[in-house]
Structure formats: C-alpha cells, structure tokens
Ligand binder design. Structure first.
Ligand code: F6R
Length: 615
C-alpha cells in the first residue's frame, strides 16, 4: 500500500514560463509540516521524463540530489508517508510504466492492486516496487498499447474505472508532454489557478502563497491541466463539469490545519476517514497476526498512554470474541512485572502510534532477549517497532500532529477488532451470523463516527461551557467502557489540566465515592450493553450524593437521559465490543472544548511532546 488519503502530499504544475522543479520543491516543503519519509519529483522536457526521488525528508534528499534542477515547465511531486512497503527509494513516487513514458503519483490506497498486479505481470509487465501505486502506470500503458489512438486522459479514465479504493492521482506522459491528468476518488484533490500557471495539490496550503483561487475536485472526477487551464470531466460518463475557482481566504496558519483552528480538532474530524482506511487493510496481514496470537500460550498487550487504553479495550475484544485471554500491561511496568516470566511461548503485541516510545521499546527488548515473539501495531512504517516485530500492521491513520492522541485510539481499535474477528473465526467461537453482524457494524463505523461528530459537537461545546470551572472530574464505565473512561480522562487531564479520576464504575464504593459532593461532575460511559443495568445503579449512587451526571448514552435511551444532568447521544445498535470507537468521540470533543474554555491551546500541552522516528 502507498498511503492513505491524508497521508501523502501531492502537487504539480503547468507553467507558462520557467522551470517547474523549484516550484514543486517549494510546494512539497509546504506540505511537509505533517512529517514525511520519502519525496520525489518528475518533469517533462523535450520529449523525455526526468525523475528524482529518494527516502528521507525533503531537505535531506535535496542536499544530495538537488530537487531544483530537473528541466521543463511541467511536473509532478509527491511526499510519502509509508503505511506498507518500507520507506525506500524504490517505493518513493513517482512510479513509471515499463517503457519509461508514463509517470504517476498517488495518494490513497488501491484495494485490488494484488489482483491487478498479477494480471499485469501475466501480461509481461515488470514491477519494481512494493507499492499499490505502481499498477496505475502499467494499467495506463496497457490501455494505450491496446488502443494507441486514445488520448492520455481517456487511458487514465479507463484505468481508474478498474481501481477499487481511494486515490488522488496525477499522470504525466511523453505522449502528451503538455498535460497533467489527475483523477480523484476519496482522496483530496484541488486545482489552483493564476495568470502564470495552473496547479493541482492534495492540500490548498501547497499553492496558497502563489494563488488563492482554488477549484475543489469532487470524487469521481478527472481533470486535465494544460496551458489552456483546467478541464473537469465526470469519470462515469465523460461529461464536462463547469466549475469556477473560489477565493480562499485562509490565513497561512489556518491553511496547514485545513481550516481548523487546531490540529487536535482536525484530527478528531479526520477519524471517519482514518477508520475507512483501517478497513482497507489487506486480509493476509490480519490473518497472520491472528495466527500468531492463536498459537501463543500467553499474550501481553504492551503500550503507553492512549495506546495502552486501546490495548485495554482490545483485551475485552479478544476475550469476548475469540475467547483469548490477553494481559494489557503499561509498558513502563512490563519489565518489572513480567520480565522474568516471559519466555519462548509468550507473545507480545506492542502497540505504539510512533513505534518509538522508549518504554514500549524497552519492553520489547526484554521480551526478545527471552525469545518471546513480538508483534507490532503502529502508525509509522520504518519505525523501530516495525524493524523488530515478527509481523506488524499499520494503523493507517496518517501523521498525527496533535500531541494528544485521538485518531490513534479509534484506528488502533478498528485494527484490533478486525484481528479479534479473524481469530474468532479461526477458533470457531462466534457464529457466522454474529460475525457478519459485527463486520457490518465495523464497516459502518466511519459513518457512525461522522454522525456523532456532526450531531453532537455543538452540544458538547455547551456542556464544556457549563463545566469549565470544575475542579475535578470522575470518568466511569463498566466492561469495555472502562477503557473509554480512562481515555476520556487522559484527554481532559493532558490538554485542559483538569485533575480527573477514572476507574471501573464497580470500584466506586470501594473508596472513590467519598470524594463526591454536590455538583461534582461524573462522566458515565453508558452504552446499551450488558453492563447498563449495573451502571444505572452506579449512576443512582452518585446522584444520591449530589453529583452532576454527564452521560454518554445510546440515542433514545430515555431512562439514562432522565437520570443525567447532561447527556451526549451516540448512534443506536453499536455492539459492545466496538463501542469504545464511537463512545470516545464525545469525550475527545469534551476535553478539546473544555481546554478552549479554560484558555489553553490543545495542540501544545505543557510538559508533553510526541515521540518521532529517529532516522
Ligand atoms: C496521549 C498521548 C500519549 C501517547 C503515549 C504513547 O494523548 O498521546 O499518552 O499515547 O505516549 O505513544 P505511542 O502510541 O506513540 O507509543
């Protein structure tokens, strides 16, 4: 796979005069704020394609290869965030066909690339990389071979009709050296225009310093850029679309956050898309991971912070679906607690967004020394975790810039739910009907999360206003919702600096309830699952002591809504094992808006930083 729809940056231009390469280089730099692992450019001059690409940050690659000296007034460029296929020169974009006449960049995931690649290889095509993208230039080459009289745009049109998945692509070819052909499905694509040039990009900031006139390309559209400007067509029926540019009035600071005031809010809103990408993971990786877990005598789920909370929720999934006991362990405790008992029969599933968190790596190191099997789930392919894992899976969420992890939690859980389902199937523990139902609900999760954000955000804002001055919060849940409660509490503490306590609701009467006095805010995570009845008992206990109840409830749960002082509703019918993916959303928003109400910048919590890959 290449990258998901927010993971890679793409840019290109057709200039009336001058060289495209330095313009492309500067634009890619403007996209690099997300952090990338490879970069590449291709231009056309005098009937030839020129390419430079390599792994590394743009400045590193530029120092060695000079990204500015490619000739020609037309070109394309790409910054890559690998999700599969290591960050290596051969996997960097652009990718070419066999003849070297077609160069392609792509942002997205082609789901059916393995079948397409097989077919093309059977027809004599030779592949160099491990990316899904490389099928695209070969498919275009194939179309032009079969029907040499068609235009480049028509060959691209035929090609994209064969692709399943998400893409924003840009194609240049020596056959029509004055054009760039782009197409879009579920990955962002915008065109920019001024009197000197026409541009395309994945994100407006790429061209904002040179023009603020932008045309948003929609899904299912193909655009041809040339010195005459741009022409948009519908992929389905080739009909022409007329769309005038709009003036974008974002300040540069807003532009990198795509119009959101903070990265954290942008990333909260990105979750439906990230979840969609987790559902595009290749089956055989999930299967392989499930096979390793199936064989293990004991399984530890090891992580820190938010990733640990994802592990805690996953331990319920593995237990309930696959009847597999797993031990979620905070990485900083792993060596002390289990270092001496792990052995060749132990399996450690290490979960880390960055793949570089020191405590997680130390746990893995200790486990490997005792011959345990290490598996990884991470967002950064090429990170230490991917290098030391027997099998790793990408969480597919794209660079996370906000220090507070949000999309990490939901993406990791979607991946682990899929692994748990695979394992359940292997072990024959869940009926086919139930499996189908769970798979269907997981498929709908992007939509569900989108609905929650759309319908509840305003409400959460009001609740944040009401409770902004609270000195302390409780977050309570039962069963798998305990993990959701822990995560809600972590978000509030780390960005709004409000002391907060989370624990399984059943523990209330064993001590913490003594803290409660009138007006004390208690957040209950209350899905309509088997824990609801007992949880209502806990709500009553808190109410009896004058607590203010904020409940995250299933839509239409009138009984709990009546008991609560404030409530936030989550869509109906979410199975308990999947509930943290949706019930955490209101808690992320609550933390974000309370931080704003209290005058803090949620993107820069004090004393905290994010781990990054050390190259
Ligand atoms: C919380 C947060 C941290 C990280 C933790 C682990 O919002 O961001 O708690 O979750 O530092 O980081 P990774 O997942 O990179 O190992």
């Amino acid at each position: 796979m290449c990258c998901d729809s927010r993971m890679c940056g793409i840019f290109g231009c057709v200039l009336k005069e001058g060289n495209a390469a330095p313009i492309i280089h500067a634009a890619l730099k403007r996209l690099e704020y997300r952090g990338y692992d490879s970069v590449g450019e291709a231009t056309i001059d005098d009937g030839e394609i020129y390419i430079k690409k390599d792994r590394g940050m743009i400045d590193e690659v530029h120092k060695i290869k000079n990204l500015d000296d490619l000739p020609g007034n037309i070109g394309i460029g790409h910054t890559r965030w690998a999700t599969h296929g290591a960050p290596l020169e051969v996997n960097a974009h652009p990718h070419m066909d066999c003849t070297g006449q077609i160069a392609v960049i792509h942002n997205g995931i082609i789901e059916n690339f393995e079948e397409l690649k097989q077919e093309l290889e059977n027809n004599g095509h030779f592949f160099k990389s491990k990316t899904d993208t490389e099928v695209i230039p070969h498919l275009i080459e194939h179309s032009l071979e079969i029907n040499p009289s068609i235009s480049l745009a028509d060959a691209v049109l035929e090609t994209v009709k064969k692709l399943n998945g998400s893409y924003a692509i840009a194609v240049i070819s020596t056959r029509e050296p004055d054009k760039i052909v782009c197409a879009r499905n579920e990955s962002p694509l915008v065109v920019g225009v001024n009197e000197k040039a026409v541009y395309f990009a994945s994100d407006i900031p790429a061209f904002l310093p040179v023009t603020n006139k932008a045309v948003i390309v929609d899904d299912g559209e193909l655009v041809t850029l040339s010195l005459d400007g741009y022409e948009i067509k519908k992929i389905a029926d080739s009909s022409i679309v007329t769309r005038e540019p709009k003036v974008i009035d974002w300040a540069p600071e807003m532009a990198v956050k795509q119009g959101y005031p903070h990265f954290m809010l942008k990333e909260i809103h990105e979750q439906p898309e990230c979840l969609r990408n987790t559902l595009r993971l290749q089956d055989h990786y999930l299967d392989l991971m499930a096979t390793f877990l199936d064989r293990a005598r004991e399984v530890y789920l090891v992580a820190c912070g938010t990733s640990y909370h994802a592990c805690l929720a996953a331990s319920y999934m593995f237990s309930k679906l696959a009847f597999l006991a797993t031990y979620p362990v905070v990485a900083s405790e792993f060596v002390e607690q289990h270092g001496k008992s792990v052995n060749i029969d132990s399996t450690i599933l290490a979960v880390s967004q960055s793949g570089e968190t020191a405590d997680t790596l130390a746990s893995i190191h200790a486990a490997r020394q005792r011959a345990a099997t290490v598996l990884g789930l991470t967002n950064v392919i090429g990170s230490t975790l991917t290098r030391v894992s027997r099998v790793y899976i990408s969480q597919q969420s794209g660079p996370e810039i906000g220090v507070a992890a949000t999309k990490t939690f939901t993406s990791q859980l979607s991946v682990m739910a899929q692994v748990a389902l695979k394992l359940a199937k292997k072990r024959g523990k869940v009926s086919q009907d139930e499996m189908d139902y769970l798979a269907e609900r997981l498929d709908k999760m992007p939509e569900t999360v989108d609905t929650i954000i759309r319908t509840q955000e305003e409400k959460v804002k009001q609740i944040a206003k009401k409770y902004k001055d609270a000195k302390v919060f409780f977050f309570l849940g039962r069963g798998i919702s305990t993990a959701t409660a822990y995560e809600g509490r972590l978000k509030l503490m780390e960005i709004a600096y409000v002391p907060a306590i989370a624990f399984p609701a059943g523990e209330s009467k064993h001590g913490p309830i003594s803290l409660v006095e009138p007006g004390f805010p208690v957040v209950f995570v209350c899905p309509k699952d088997d824990t609801r009845k007992t949880l209502i008992g806990n709500i009553m206990e808190m109410k009896a002591r004058g607590a203010s109840i904020i409940a995250v409830v299933e839509e239409g749960d009138e009984e709990v809504k009546r008991l609560a002082d404030d409530f936030i509703e989550v869509s109906k019918g979410i199975p308990d094992v999947l509930s943290p993916i949706s019930y955490v959303i209101p808690l992320q928003l609550l933390a974000y808006y309370i931080a704003l109400e209290r005058g803090y910048n949620p993107d820069t919590p004090r004393n905290l930083a994010k781990s990054v890959t050390v190259k």
